[in-house]
Design a protein around this ligand. Structure first.
Ligand SMILES: [Mg+2]
Length: 223
């Protein structure tokens, strides 16, 4: 029935929250090891406060955390760089797709259904994440924030996907974890919607046509 399925990336295909929690723990530990006078739980909390305030893609998180301790500049730099390196090292270990993502996507594609990504993440980060998780060749196309410079639920990224697909919106299913961005935006453009409950961080009253408790449930939706 659907000619195409569009996916959000973070917390829909990739277990992004586990990745952010694990990397924050590793960074906190490394910064304390290099002399930051604080507890792990305190530094972890400060990292997530920066994410809450500046967004989870903010690129100067560790700088903002270390700055709060008013350290001598070389000591601050040493601690900040230790945090960044520990974050990166842990990132390579823990960033993973949810279970069954790849076999499920392949079954869908083998049925002649086109699949694409529509994400609010920046283009360089998206390709890093896809290559790290071996997902880089699994999709017909990838639309990032850099392509339209608009965040979901703005219609631009959804319209760009429809243009690439050349199908009517009601032939498209959008799968995402964020009700007020993914579900709202897809619904407003006339797509069918599917909430990835297993990755849902933000609560909302926005309801979807379908819900997934695990990724492979998507195959039942398509039956
Ligand atoms: Mg998401």
């Amino acid at each position: 029935m659907f000619k195409a399925i569009l996916f959000d990336l973070d917390n829909t295909l990739l277990d992004f929250l586990t990745f952010k929690k694990e990397t924050a723990k590793a960074a906190a530990k490394a910064m304390i090891r290099q002399g930051l006078n604080a507890t792990e739980i305190e530094v972890y909390g400060k990292i997530f406060s920066v994410y809450d305030e500046k967004g989870i893609e903010y690129q100067k998180t560790f700088y903002e955390v270390v700055k709060q301790y008013n350290l001598e500049i070389n000591k601050a730099e040493k601690i900040q760089q230790a945090g960044i390196l520990a974050y990166l090292k842990r990132k390579f270990e823990v960033l993973k797709p949810y279970p069954s993502v790849v076999p499920t996507l392949r079954k869908i594609r083998n049925n002649g259904i086109k699949i694409g990504i529509v994400t609010d993440a920046p283009r360089n980060k998206v390709w890093q994440r896809l290559i790290l998780t071996d997902l880089e060749n699994e999709f017909d196309f990838v639309i990032t924030h850099s392509d339209t410079l608009e965040f979901k639920p703005h219609p631009s990224p959804f319209n760009l996907a429809l243009k690439k697909l050349g199908v009517l919106p009601n032939a498209v299913l959008f799968v995402g974890d964020n009700p007020s961005r993914d579900i709202k935006g897809a619904k407003e453009i006339g797509m069918k919607t599917c909430l990835a409950r297993y990755g849902q961080v933000f609560k909302s009253k926005e309801s979807a046509d379908y819900e997934l408790n695990k990724f492979e449930d998507l195959l039942k939706v398509l039956e």
